[in-house]
Design a protein around this ligand. Structure first.
Ligand SMILES: [Zn+2]
Ligand SMILES: [Zn+2]
Length: 272
């Protein structure tokens, strides 16, 4: 399995995942034409995408979903809340698959499981995608890390998580107080400090790659997010984890790899 962030942040979120011979788009926050062009520039036929899976209805995640689905005949998967709040019943799409929480759904060789997350949207979810014997967790747009998410991501070899804002930059910044309160709230966005806390207390032992996504251009700086996560990885004794920051305009393929298996010693061999 491998994945490629095509866009990250308030200007539009879309990540391409390839595994088990199938392609899936997580979110469709770029324009439909732009998404098609980015896929074609990678040699991928947009019509070959097995599904667009939506985290929630906010524009920076769903803007291009309906038009892309309609033009290229690609089904869309999302929660009932996303369907209703995103108005997908009123537009032409190739088909909608209802996401039932905790129930895996297969698209070719890739399996998708939804995990509920706290955000001010109608039915927001994180995803675990599995294929080729590995899995990745993807969570953007949520206000705090809860036990459900920690447990769902524990077995994942790759974790993509939002590191939206630096608390001091947000507090001292130009946003109106009502918006600051929304972002800071339990249903808002995750800060660099929150991600550090998650690394120290929740990151699974199998995680090999951590990608920080959905960084605010106004309230964060990539180096602040990186330093905060690096410090947390060091405190946790996990400096072997590859750390990447998702670029707003996309980045190169990242492989999802399993940790090397411990060599079987004589003790273990005797068991068989
Ligand atoms: Zn967002
Ligand atoms: Zn959102």
């Amino acid at each position: 399995m491998r994945f490629r962030v095509l866009g990250s942040g308030s200007s539009g979120n879309t990540t391409l995942v390839e595994g088990g011979g199938s392609f899936i788009l997580i979110d469709a926050g770029l324009g439909p034409r732009e998404m098609a062009e980015r896929l074609q520039s990678l040699g991928i036929d947009p019509a070959s995408i097995a599904a667009i899976i939506l985290t929630h209805e906010h524009n920076d995640h769903s803007r291009g979903a309906a038009s892309f689905s309609n033009k290229w005949g690609v089904r869309v998967l999302g929660s009932r809340g996303t369907y209703a709040a995103g108005g997908f019943g009123a537009v032409d799409i190739a088909g909608w698959d209802v996401l039932e929480l905790g129930q895996p759904r297969a698209y070719g060789g890739l399996t998708v499981t939804g995990v509920p997350i706290p955000h001010d949207a109608a039915g927001p979810v994180a995803f675990v995608l599995s294929g080729d014997g590995v899995s990745m967790g993807h969570a953007t747009d949520f206000g705090h890390v809860n036990r459900t998410l920690v447990d769902a991501f524990r077995p994942c070899e790759t974790v993509v998580v939002e590191s939206n804002y630096d608390a001091a930059m947000l507090r001292d910044g130009a946003y109106p107080w009502s918006l600051k309160e929304r972002i800071l709230g339990r249903l808002g966005h995750l800060s660099n400090d929150d991600v550090g806390d998650y690394i120290v207390r929740g990151l699974g032992e199998t995680c090999r790659t951590l990608v920080l996504a959905h960084l605010s251009r106004k309230n964060n700086h990539p180096e602040l997010a990186r330093m905060s996560a690096e410090n947390a990885l060091r405190r946790r004794g996990r400096t072997e984890v590859r750390l990447e920051i998702a670029e707003p305009d996309g980045m190169d393929w990242i492989p999802v790899t399993a940790p090397p298996r411990a060599a079987k010693g004589p003790e273990q061999l005797r068991l068989f």
